[in-house]
Structures are given as structure tokens and as C-alpha cells.
Design a protein around this ligand. Structure first.
Ligand code: AHR
Length: 519
């Protein structure tokens, strides 16, 4: 027994010594235990968010049934449906955001010509005609093959309004709400599992203290299901912003766990709220700070998880990062309330490192939603009338979708520094998984603006032979796709790696993302 422990110690020390010796030579050895792993990377980590904000819904997803210029299915753009199906989006959060706590779902059902208008107070003060409502959204999710995640209004709604919404979309038998649904053209219930109980209730959702919200949450959550939650609803509490660990603590402590399936967390990579900097044409300094902000997700997820562990050591309750992404100043000449921004290789870096963080915390992070899908913040799609382009963020999410529902593999490596002035950040980010068919997937990001890195992937416990790869890389970190040049940034096949004695050597260029997959 003692001898075995001694031998293990020797092996570990040799590994550590050799790992740091490699680091000094500018090489990083990443140990990947391909035959191990306990936790599944929930596909829902790759979720998206669509708010009634700017041109996300109207003009982005929905152009109206009568539109003859832009091909659509029941008013939803066909090009968008195809692109999102291709992306394998697992879920879509709707209708907000801040908008959710102003939204009364009953105004968005029934004949479109009879629906009342509404003023979108949070986002540009524009008047909406309510033509995109519950049926439109849930039918669209069916088209997309994505699970809907409905964010309910508790800021200006009522308990009855929410319990009626649940009944309207989920009840199969006879009931006033189910009958109304049938009358409005939908026989079969949609069976929506994911429900948010308010949004940012510390701010636009009602400016509440967490102690007050915990009580309110209990009241709303109680009437969404029954004693044993036999409806199988997954209730997500509005979570903390950034490092408000007290918020998570109170929710975990004061809400009975029979009423709580997930706790939210919102975090944006923003330079300063007073001046968020440009989306394109940013300085190296601003790039570095954005990376610092993005990498902070590691600390936030770790520390919110630690608080949750205290009350839920079995990790039954999910940490749901239902808003994340980069946030910059809006593009010149666009409505400041519409949050329209371009998307460059910097955003590809945010996406790559953040998704690796979520993968590596798969034990607790059960869902995440990038803000937002189309034309808003770190979008995966931009539209201009009948044109549509895919952003660098889209490409990263597509390259990474191989991790969906795969088993997270334990990895170990000594990182190298990305140095900027007197400051430094870890240059590399890596995660690895094994999908059900036994294939191995490794996603790597190098955020350094100047240095490429040599990564030696030491795959243990499996003999990998056929490897394919893709890379997202570009001549400048400012590079982005435009309606005139839609494929400037696009993934390419990556063959530039060597395999020898179970070690795959990869040269990863500055600000690029590589995903390798075994066949
Ligand atoms: O995503 C934009 C806004 O950011 C959301 O409406 C809100 O929840 C957050 O503050």
C-alpha cells in the first residue's frame, strides 16, 4: 500500500517537473484522461436567448406571415431556422430579459389583428403589435428542434397569470386555459419544461432585495406545479449578477429545494458600463481587458458553485448562466436602445473560453444562454432586410457543439502567460469530452494577440488514430463578417498537427480556436 502511494508520488512529481520544463520551452503538455470522466456536459450549456429587444425578434427571427420578400415559415425567417438547426441550438430563452417582467402573455394570443399593442419601455420605447406571441414562439422552437425556456413576469404580473400560462401551454385535458389554447389553433400541449421565475429581480425585474424575492419566488413556484412536481417543471430562480454571492446563498438557504430546480447567474464581459468601447476598432488594451473580464467567469462559476455546494452537496440544483457574452457600445447611427453590435475574432475568443469554462464545470452548470441570438449584443446571426450573416461566435458555437451531452474528460496542464504590459492572463483554454459513440473532442483557445503556442496533447487511456480538426483564425483580431463580405471569418479544416506515440502536437496561432475530433 505504502509502496503504491510512493510510486504514485514519484509519477506525479515526474509529470509536474516535465510539464513545467515543457512550459519553459514554450510548449504546453495537456494530459487528457480519455477513458475517465463522470459528468455529462449538458447540451443546454449551448443555449441561446431571444428577447423582444431591438431587431432580435422583429426583423431578426420574425418578419411576418405576409412577407413575400423574405422566405419564411409562419413568419419566421427560413434562413435563420436553417442556420440555427445547423448550430444544434438546444434551447431558447424568451421573451426577456428585462422585457419579460413587462410582458403579459395573454396579449400575445388569439387573432393577430385583435391583439393590443405594447410599448417596450426598456428597449427604445418602441411600440410593438404583439404579433409574435406564445404560439409563434413555441411553434418556432419546434421548427428549430430547440427546447423553449419561458421567462415569466413576476415584476408586474400575478401568480394567477403565471399559473394560467403554465396551464395554457402544458395542460393536455380539459381546462379553461387548455380550451382557450385549442380555440386558438393548437390542440396538443407543448409541454414546456424550463421556466424562469422573473428576471434580474435585483434590478429591472423589480429592484427587490434577495430576502424579499426569495419569499415571492416561493409563492410563484408553488402554483406552477403540484406537491411532487409531477408536471416535471424545471423552475429557474432569477439569479445573482456577477459576484453577488449573498444572492445565491439566500436563494439556496431560504427556498425549499422541492421548489427549486435551477438558480440563475448573469455576467457580461464589459469594459466599463459607462463606456463599453467599440465592437470593432478596439485597442490592444481593450482587448486584454475584455479577455480578463471573460476569464472571470471561471471565478464566478467556481464561487457560486461553492455556495451552492454548501446547501446542495449532491448538486441537484443547476447553476444556470442564463445571460452571458460581450457587451460594447452600439454601432454608430443605430438606436442606442437596440444594442446592435458587430462581432469580431475577440467575440470568438470570449465564446471559446467561456464555453470551455462551462464544460469544465459541467457538474454544476446545467444550462447557459448566450445574449442574444440575432442582432443584439454577442449575436450569432446578423440580418439586414433579406440578407443574413453568421458571426465568428456562431462558428465557435458550431465547432463546439460536438461536446453537447458528451462526458467531460479530466485534463491537467500548466498554463502559459499572455503578457500585456505589467499584467498577464492564462493564454490557453482547453476542454475535452467523449461522446456516446466513443469519439473524443478537444477544444482549444489561444487568446494571446501575438504568440502562437505549441500544445502537446497527451491522450491517456485510449489509442486515437484518425483525427480531424477545424480552426477559426484570421489575419486580424478585428476581423468580422459583413453583408458584403460574409465569409471573411469562417472555420477551415485543420491538418497542421502531428501524431506520435499517443501525443498530438498542435501549433495554435494567436487569437484562434481549434477543435479536434477523433473519428
Ligand atoms: O440582454 C440584455 C439585458 O441585459 C437583459 O434584458 C437583462 O436581463 C440584462 O440586464
Amino acid at each position: 500500500m505504502k509502496l503504491r502511494r510512493f510510486t504514485t508520488l514519484i509519477i506525479l512529481s515526474i509529470m509536474v517537473v516535465s510539464v513545467s520544463a515543457l512550459a519553459q520551452r514554450g510548449e504546453v503538455e495537456v494530459m487528457i484522461n480519455a477513458d475517465q470522466g463522470k459528468h455529462q456536459i449538458s447540451k443546454h450549456i449551448y443555449g441561446h436567448f431571444a428577447e423582444h429587444l431591438g431587431r432580435c425578434i422583429y426583423g431578426g427571427f420574425y418578419v411576418g406571415e405576409d412577407n413575400t420578400e423574405i422566405p419564411n415559415i409562419d413568419g419566421v425567417r427560413k434562413d435563420v431556422i436553417d442556420a440555427l438547426r445547423e448550430l444544434k441550438i438546444p434551447n431558447l430563452r424568451w421573451p426577456g430579459g428585462c422585457f419579460a417582467d413587462t410582458y403579459h402573455w395573454q396579449d400575445g394570443i388569439g387573432p393577430k389583428s385583435e391583439r393590443p399593442t405594447l410599448v417596450n419601455t426598456w428597449w427604445g420605447g418602441v411600440t410593438e403589435d404583439n404579433s409574435f406571441g406564445t404560439h409563434d414562439f413555441l411553434n418556432m422552437c419546434e421548427q428549430l428542434g430547440a427546447e423553449p425556456y419561458l421567462a415569466a413576469n413576476i415584476g408586474s404580473g400575478t401568480v394567477r397569470e403565471l399559473s394560467d400560462w403554465v396551464q395554457y401551454v402544458n395542460h393536455d385535458g380539459q381546462s379553461p386555459m387548455a380550451n382557450l389554447r385549442v380555440q386558438n389553433g393548437r390542440d396538443e400541449a407543448w409541454k414546456v419544461k424550463y421556466w424562469g421565475v422573473g428576471n434580474e429581480t435585483w434590478g429591472c425585474g423589480g429592484n427587490m432585495t434577495v430576502e424579499y424575492y426569495a419569499n415571492l419566488y416561493k409563492q410563484y413556484a408553488t402554483f406552477m406545479s403540484d406537491w411532487g412536481n409531477t408536471r416535471g417543471i424545471y423552475r429557474i430562480a432569477a439569479g445573482a449578477t456577477n459576484d453577488d454571492y449573498h444572492w445565491t446563498e439566500v436563494m439556496m438557504r431560504d427556498v425549499p429545494h422541492s421548489l427549486l430546480e435551477g438558480v440563475g447567474l448573469h455576467y457580461y464581459s464589459v469594459l466599463e458600463w459607462t463606456d463599453k468601447g467599440p465592437a470593432v476598432g478596439f485597442s490592444d488594451e481593450q482587448y486584454f481587458t475584455t479577455m480578463k473580464r471573460a476569464l472571470r467567469m471561471e471565478e464566478l462559476v467556481t464561487r457560486h458553485s461553492t455556495v451552492m455546494d454548501k446547501y446542495d452537496p449532491e448538486k441537484k440544483i443547476g447553476l444556470i448562466v442564463d445571460e452571458w457574452g460581450g457587451w460594447y457600445n452600439v454601432e454608430e447611427g443605430t438606436n442606442p436602445g437596440f444594442l446592435y453590435q458587430q462581432n469580431t475574432m475577440r467575440d470568438a475568443m470570449i465564446a471559446g473560453v467561456t464555453l470551455n469554462i462551462f464544460n469544465n464545470h459541467a457538474e454544476r452548470v446545467k444550462m447557459a444562454n448566450l445574449a442574444q441570438t440575432i442582432n443584439v449584443l454577442q449575436a450569432v446571426i446578423l440580418t439586414d432586410e433579406n440578407k443574413m450573416i453568421l458571426t465568428p461566435t456562431y462558428h465557435v458555437m458550431k465547432m463546439y457543439n460536438v461536446h453537447q451531452d458528451a462526458t467531460l474528460l479530466p485534463i491537467m496542464f500548466d498554463n502559459v502567460d499572455y503578457v500585456h504590459g505589467d499584467e498577464k492572463l492564462p493564454a490557453l483554454s482547453v476542454s475535452a469530452s467523449r461522446s456516446e459513440d466513443g469519439k473524443i473532442h478537444i477544444s482549444m483557445v489561444n487568446i494571446d494577440l501575438e504568440k502562437s503556442q505549441t500544445i502537446k496533447l497527451n491522450i491517456r487511456g485510449m489509442d486515437l488514430k484518425d483525427i480531424t480538426g477545424s480552426i477559426l483564425s484570421s489575419g486580424s483580431v478585428q476581423d468580422h463578417n459583413t453583408f458584403d463580405n460574409p465569409d471573411r471569418v469562417a472555420p477551415k479544416e485543420f491538418k497542421d498537427f502531428k501524431m506520435s506515440k499517443g501525443i498530438i502536437t498542435v501549433e495554435i496561432p494567436p487569437y484562434s480556436v481549434i477543435v479536434l475530433n477523433s473519428k
